[in-house]
Design a protein around this ligand. Structure first.
Ligand code: DC
Length: 220
């Protein structure tokens, strides 16, 4: 059951690279952030307070979340793949992701996904450290926050109308702090991860470097 784990902060290129890699290898793509986003969307719609950790944990356990190998996400029967990417969800999600009970449920979702799909490129914050500590290859993609903000601005759906580079950068840095300082499964570089700083690389260059690494680390 080969697994490639890709971790790193927001805007480092993880999603684009993980999705492209999964397609090139014909492996399943596991977007773990989408799971935390789905819980956040449901909490907002049901008016669950984002500081009510018990209610959030209960909600996470009750939701019917279905992540398809191509990245499509169903909540109940509804396709919420786009709605989990609104600026409102993006802003609120790192709070929900601090709740240990929510994380526990999401980690079991991810492990079930890997058991179902066998060959997986998984992307998130704690994939190589917590979810799949025995992953065959662990990659930590990084970039400085200014460059990550510029990249995020190009993904228009996720930023609020009228946002500029400074405000997007401030939002990214706030989420980084939240993701790195939480007690349960904080964002950090796994000891055995290959760290790649992509600040001065194009996405094509990052993809080529990652693909080479995968080819040499994982023999078919
Ligand atoms: O990668 P993303 O922007 O979709 O992640 C959304 C949020 O979920 C982000 O605040 C970090 C959190 N997250 C997490 O805590 N653990 C993961 N494995 C993936 C995402």
């Amino acid at each position: 059951m080969p697994i490639v784990a890709i971790d790193g902060p927001a805007g480092a290129g993880k999603s684009t690279i993980a999705r492209r890699l999964a397609r090139a290898l014909d492996w399943a793509y596991l977007d773990s952030g989408a799971l935390y986003r789905a819980v956040t969307l449901a909490a907002m719609e049901r008016e669950v307070a984002l500081d009510d950790t018990e209610a959030l944990t209960r909600l996470a356990g009750e939701l019917e979340i279905e992540l398809e190998p191509g990245g499509k996400l169903l909540l109940g029967r509804e396709n919420v793949t786009r709605r989990i990417r609104t600026p409102e969800v993006t802003e609120a999600v790192s709070r929900v992701a601090t709740v240990p009970g929510v994380r526990e449920v999401m980690v079991s979702h991810q492990r079930r996904f890997a058991a179902r799909n066998e060959r997986v490129v998984a992307e998130g914050r704690d994939i190589g450290t917590v979810v799949f500590p025995d992953a065959d290859l662990k990659i930590y993609l990084d970039a400085d926050s200014g460059e990550r903000a510029r990249r995020r601005l190009q993904q228009e759906d996720e930023v609020a109308d009228g946002a500029d580079e400074a405000s997007v950068r401030a939002g990214i840095e706030a989420r980084d702090r939240q993701d790195r300082s939480r007690k349960t499964a904080p964002l950090r570089v796994a000891e055995d991860a290959w760290r790649l700083d992509t600040s001065e690389m194009t996405l094509d260059e990052v993809f080529a470097a990652v693909r080479n690494r995968v080819t040499s680390a994982i023999r078919p």
